[in-house]
Design a protein around this ligand. Structure first.
Ligand code: SF4
Length: 249
């Protein structure tokens, strides 16, 4: 029984020499949607979920994600910790192998390129692994922050090597504001129809905001210089809030 990582070109910490593919799989996914791992899915995100679209397009992707979820839901917290820790150990071994060949490999791992925290036990299992792996920097986006459904923020608090982004859109804006009052250490990834709409929706909020350069087509998904997210660095570092645009402009 194992969990399977995904090689996501947008976030990989090592591109192939020709800059077209991901050499190291540094992300993990689960199937998206209310019926699977996303209790906090909103009407807006269900309408545009790019990861969910990939699941429909590629049978192999769907099978990996469904296999991960089926494995996890059958386990208690301790067993989940064991499997997640093994997966992260494998990621570290991939980084070390590349380093021995002279590559520069930032140890950045994105939790949930697809899917979300589906239970408190599952989030707590990740927290335990993150705490035990201080050499790896993790980042995650989540809609599981509504106390009336599922709020994983308390179990993710206080982890120096984890950046947490709330995935926010006009449908869960009120819940996100309340979550940030409870947990001021979280950042926002705000999804609007356009970047201008995002600026307007968030105008009265404090803090620095960045329009995602990859989403705005100002930074390529991947080149030989690196993936968009590792080159940009805003989300892995948690430099500030980020705005995404459905229209990509
Ligand atoms: S803002 Fe930067 S790090 Fe965040 S998703 Fe966009 S490209 Fe990636």
């Amino acid at each position: 029984m194992t969990l399977r990582r995904s090689a996501d070109r947008k976030v990989t910490n090592l591109p192939s020499p020709n800059g077209k593919t991901a050499k190291i799989a540094n992300s993990f996914g689960l199937p998206a949607g209310h019926e699977h791992s996303c209790p906090g899915a909103t009407a807006t995100c269900e309408r545009v979920c790019y990861a969910g679209k990939l699941e429909k397009l590629y049978k192999g992707v769907r099978e990996v994600l469904l296999g991960n979820l089926q494995t996890l839901v059958a386990l208690d917290r301790a067993a989940m910790v064991e499997l997640i820790a093994e997966m992260i150990d494998d990621f570290r071994a991939d980084c070390q192998r590349a380093e021995r060949k002279g590559a520069q490999v930032p140890r950045d791992f994105r939790i949930h390129w697809d899917g979300d925290f589906f239970s408190l036990d599952y989030a707590a299992a990740w927290a335990e692994v993150i705490r035990a792996d201080p050499d790896i920097r993790f980042w995650v986006y989540t809609r599981s922050f509504d106390p009336e459904r599922l709020d994983v923020l308390p179990v993710l608090a206080g982890l120096a090597n984890l950046t947490v982004y709330l995935s926010v859109d006009p449908d869960n804006l009120t819940a996100a504001k309340a979550a940030r009052r409870r947990c001021p250490w979280v950042h926002w990834a705000y999804l609007a129809e356009t970047f201008a709409d995002g600026r307007a929706d968030l105008a009265d909020l404090p803090g620095k905001r960045y329009p995602c350069p990859e989403n705005g087509r100002r930074l390529p998904l991947i080149t030989e210089k690196g993936s968009a997210c590792i080159r940009c660095g805003v989300c892995p570092c948690g430099r500030g809030d980020v705005v995404f645009s459905i229209a990509k402009r």
